[in-house]
Design a protein around this ligand. Structure first.
Ligand SMILES: [Ca+2]
Ligand SMILES: [Ca+2]
Length: 278
């Protein structure tokens, strides 16, 4: 009898981890992508470098797992409004999630103590019969314009502290899901601490630069390149401001490499991030 009891106990202990692993884990990863003046920035170290008046397209990407049939989403996209101006947005109309929500999708601008864009997307039976799963797609592109001076830092991010869960039941960010094969009439698993929203890749910092703009006309042109070449060869002298902005690759020297880099940027062959973000 004692042996049977021990055997049962061992069996129970063996199955506990299986039961724990078998619990569904609903995961949604949010990330941001950026294009500057239409060119995608692929390599980012600490900052994306932008010039004053550059146009930034920030894409919000959503990735969900197999068991996560996407239900209503409400999120806040924060941005530093002192250095970035909100301009416009576009839905990704090819997104499966947008297709499931298009009759109830909304982006609205809030400008109070902090500025943010409030995103609401709710799948409806008007748009689809099944909520989508296994998503990995851009939902929306937001256009912002840089507005600042050298070394100003700005950020676009989703704020983890707004996520609704058991310890933050009034959080403004939530993402529900359907558990019954995506059937909108079936079981909805509502927001809570069992749904894991990952915002670790949903934050991008920008630093305003004027590198290379030695004639201070707010544009990078071949005139800047020519001036840098003349400075590098001693034909023209540099004032203290020019000595900083002419050193495009920040190696402490103004030479022909800086002039060449600016010539390539003015011709659209490279971007300032190809030089400063390596
Ligand atoms: Ca210039
Ligand atoms: Ca240099």
């Amino acid at each position: 009898m004692k042996k049977i009891l021990i055997a049962l106990l061992v069996l129970c202990i063996a199955f506990i981890p299986v039961l724990v692993i078998a619990q569904p884990r609903y995961e949604a990863d949010f990330s941001l992508t950026v294009s500057v003046n239409g060119a995608e920035v692929k390599t980012i170290k600490d900052y994306i470098y932008v010039y004053d008046t550059d146009v930034l397209d920030v894409g919000l990407n959503l990735k969900t797992n197999e068991d996560f049939y996407a239900g209503p989403l409400s999120a806040e996209i924060h941005y530093t409004d002192s250095f970035l101006e909100y301009n416009d947005f576009d839905w990704n109309e090819y997104s499966r999630f947008y297709s499931a929500c298009k009759s109830y999708s909304n982006l609205s601008l809030y400008q109070e103590e902090i500025s943010f864009l409030k995103l609401d997307m709710i799948p409806t039976t008007d748009d689809c019969v099944k909520a989508p799963n296994l998503l990995n797609e851009c939902l929306i592109n937001i256009q912002l314009v840089a507005n600042g001076k050298r070394d100003d830092v700005a950020q676009v991010y989703l704020d983890e502290s707004t996520i609704r869960n058991r310890s933050n039941p009034f959080g403004s960010t939530y993402f529900a899901c359907y558990t019954d094969n995506g059937d909108l009439a079936g079981n909805r698993y509502d927001f809570g601490s069992e749904i894991y929203l990952d915002f670790s890749k949903a934050s991008i910092k920008f630093k305003i630069t004027d590198s290379g703009d030695v004639n201070s006309d707010k544009r990078i042109t071949s005139s800047d390149s020519l001036l840098i070449m003349q400075m590098a060869t001693g034909i023209k002298s540099l004032d203290s401001h020019q000595a900083i902005v002419a050193d495009v690759d920040s190696n402490g020297k103004v030479n022909s490499s800086d002039g060449l880099a600016i010539l390539q940027i003015s011709a659209g062959i490279r971007t300032i991030n190809d030089i400063l973000n390596i």
